[in-house]
Design a protein around this ligand. Structure first.
Ligand SMILES: [Zn+2]
Length: 439
């Protein structure tokens, strides 16, 4: 039996990059559109009248005065840090020692890990996030329960066991040889299973020995289709310590380059302290940056140079990320708002279209998943979010009328990213089915 159904409303998505193309050529706005989904995919999309005439019998859900966008993609976050969000008073290295490692140690307990994984995934959906690149912990059971719960919800998620073999408390160390066997069997079990994908995940250069990074590189060579996901150049003290640990590397990025970990399926979180040369090498390698504005502000790490990363001459693939629990919100709308402020502090601006792009098609491109995710192109996976621009009294005052033009929707989207949060997420659809709803 067909599960074909349709969603009617106002749609905004992207067909090109608004950092490089004008709004009218990069964004697609339908004031009254119809999205037809079947078997988890988009089978038709366009103006309501036109698409409706092609499907005379169709079950339609209508969201008047809402804005429907592709599901948000969070390019970097830590599910075990959910319960330690808002940990006071430290910068990166001290924050890890004082709060993070003791919290992550609890994930030896699979039942505990599952409880937090479930909470985390539900929280993503409450915020309209349908795909995320996620760090579990060093414990294989924390990886297993995460994949199991993501699979149960039919989510497209990317994760992989965290590698740590030095510069951490004993209880957070896993020998590289043991980790290799664990990761190998996880890749075989989970990568490409339903919508799940695997990432080789050294925490960062500081917590890996050269032998462990060599092992990670060997595993990547053995399974070139899996991702590499790690942190890069977040905090000045971290950069200095990395230079001491790897004196033969020309800079932080070069540590990963030397071990074969920098390529077009590599995702590097932060990149706040990178210089011109490193930006150029990331561009050349086709690697992606996960830009985490709330986290960079919270830990006082610095201001990411988004406009340098999106330069015409050396463009780098960038997506937005929450980086919970150093990030301060699960909301990609709030994350966009903080990215706007970080741009302002550097004398730049970030348009609503650019911000929404970084959380949808831009992030899908960063993951080389733009053939499956990121916009409403026919054939893509039907993950999308229904946003309510009148969800609160203030938003109702600010957005009294539905958007009918591209200019109006740009303004409305801007109010969503500056004032908005999870209250604006009316419904989240995964594979064409409602996964979260305020109704
Ligand atoms: Zn992180």
């Amino acid at each position: 039996m067909s599960d074909r159904k349709a969603i009617r409303g106002t749609f905004l998505d992207f067909i090109d990059d608004p950092f490089f193309r004008p709004a009218t050529e990069s964004a697609r706005f339908l004031a009254d559109g119809l999205l037809v989904v079947e078997a988890g995919r988009i089978v038709n999309f366009g103006d309501y009248d036109e698409v409706r005439s092609q499907h005379p019998t169709l079950e339609i859900t209508h969201y008047p005065h809402h804005l429907i966008t592709p599901g948000f993609i969070d390019l970097h976050t830590h599910y075990p840090q959910t319960e330690m969000i808002a940990a006071y008073g430290e910068q990166l290295m001290e924050w890890l020692d004082k709060y993070t490692f003791p919290t992550e140690a609890k994930f030896q307990d699979a039942d505990y890990a599952r409880r937090i994984a479930v909470f985390f995934l539900e929280e993503l959906l409450r915020n309209g996030t349908t795909t995320a690149v996620v760090l579990p912990t060093i414990f294989p059971q924390s990886v297993e329960v995460f994949f199991e719960e993501a699979q149960r919800r039919n989510l497209r998620m990317i994760a992989g066991q965290v590698l740590m073999s030095r510069n951490a408390p004993d209880f957070m160390i896993n020998p590289a040889g043991k980790a290799y066997e664990e990761m190998r069997s996880q890749i075989q079990k989970w990568h490409g299973q339903d919508r799940l994908l695997y990432a080789i995940t050294p925490r960062f250069a500081i917590t890996s020995t050269p032998e462990e990074l060599a092992m990670a590189g060997a595993l990547k060579a053995e399974f070139p289709e899996v991702y590499v996901h790690t942190h890069l150049s977040e905090n000045l003290k971290e950069v200095e310590f990395t230079a001491q640990l790897f004196p033969e590397s020309r800079d932080y990025l070069n540590v990963y380059e030397q071990f074969g970990l920098v390529g077009d399926r590599s995702i590097f979180a932060h990149c706040v302290q990178l210089d011109e040369s490193a930006f150029g090498r990331l561009s050349k390698a086709g690697a992606a940056i996960a830009y985490c504005p709330t986290s960079n502000l919270f830990l006082g790490s610095g201001l990411f140079k988004l406009h340098q990363a999106k330069s015409v001459t050396q463009p780098i693939k960038v997506g937005l990320a929450t980086d919970v629990g150093a990030g301060t919100s699960f909301s990609m709308l709030k994350t966009m708002g903080e990215a706007y402020k970080v741009a302002q502090l550097q004398g730049q601006s970030l348009s609503s279209l650019q911000a929404f792009y970084l959380a949808t098609l831009g992030a899908a491109k960063a993951l080389s998943l733009d053939d499956r995710l990121g916009n409403f192109a026919i054939g893509k996976e039907a993950d999308f979010v229904v946003l309510d621009p009148t969800a609160t009294p203030l938003m109702k005052l600010r957005n009294p009328k539905p958007a009918t033009t591209l200019e109006e929707v740009m303004e409305q989207a801007f109010t969503l990213m500056i004032v908005g949060d999870d209250r604006m997420v009316k419904a989240t659809y995964v594979g064409g089915a409602i996964a979260h709803s305020l109704l």
